[in-house]
Write a protein that binds this ligand. Structure first.
Ligand code: ADP
Ligand code: MG
Length: 240
């Protein structure tokens, strides 16, 4: 890819926390329709990078372009309206509300009244949550809570979906389901996805391309095969 028609591009993106450079001069190019995985050791700067992209944090230096347009100064809300949505690492569901009520929240702003019940059912169905629609979110299994979050983040059919560790703490079976959901979002709705994940089997199952972050910098980039066969990556990431 030349980066000319990238959906998302960063130039020299940098975030400092005091003396710590959490994200260091990152130049990303995410193509439309791509599933990109972002991997790297703990503390590498992955979550910080996603928070910069979605507008939860502002960069110390550098620029973010979405669809060719500089969005560095836009708020999180403005970016969401532009088609960007995110599931954060720390769960953000409303525990006392039912699953249905949670899904209602992102939809209520944009979906017309006559359509909203159908839109909720459709979203619940997509993520296997119809049977627990009236359960309080806090009573869900860990896996179901993660799916509810992905459901909420994707309900408005964003063009770009950022997922921070969607399969963390899941069983093998749940992880496989999550990979299936990610594929379906990408195929059915032509969604572009940028996904942080530790579980290498999950990365193998979903990634079309992989970016390795190490100490805030892009350490390597390529197909999952390139990355898995790169001795330097194995050293820093897989601890070999
Ligand atoms: P990852 O998601 O790759 O594990 P993070 O992006 O969470 O890494 O963190 C990168 C580095 O930045 C870590 O050293 C972390 O302690 C630091 N960091 C993250 N958020 C903050 C913050 N709000 N204030 C200060 N330091 C932070
Ligand atoms: Mg993180």
């Amino acid at each position: 890819p030349t980066g000319e028609d990238a959906l998302l591009r960063t130039d020299g993106l940098t975030k400092r926390f005091g003396g710590l450079v959490a994200v260091d001069d990152v130049n990303l190019r995410i193509q439309r329709g791509e599933i990109r995985c972002l991997i790297g050791p703990n503390g590498a700067g992955k979550s910080t990078l996603l928070k910069l992209l979605v507008g939860q944090l502002s960069p110390s230096e550098g620029h973010i372009y979405y669809d060719g347009r500089d969005i560095t100064g836009l708020s999180q809300h403005e970016r969401a309206r532009g088609g960007m949505s995110m599931k954060f690492q720390v769960p953000a569901v409303y525990g006392d509300l039912s699953v249905r009520q949670n899904v209602h929240i992102p939809l209520q702003r944009e979906v017309g009244r006559g359509r909203i019940d159908a839109a909720i059912e459709e979203t619940l169905d997509k993520f296997g949550l119809l049977d627990v629609a009236d359960t309080r979110a806090t009573d869900l299994s860990h896996g179901q809570q993660q799916w509810l979050e992905i459901a909420m983040a994707s309900a408005l059919e964003p063009e770009l979906l950022l997922l921070d560790e969607p399969a963390a703490g899941m069983s093998i079976r749940e992880t496989e389901k999550t990979a299936e959901y990610v594929h379906r979002l990408n195929e059915d709705r032509d969604m572009t996805l940028l996904v942080i994940e530790h579980d290498i089997d999950f990365v193998r199952a979903i990634a079309q391309s992989v970016t390795v972050l190490h100490r805030g910098e892009v350490f390597a980039e390529g197909t999952i095969e390139d990355i898995e066969n790169d001795p330097e990556v194995r050293r820093i990431y897989l601890g070999e």
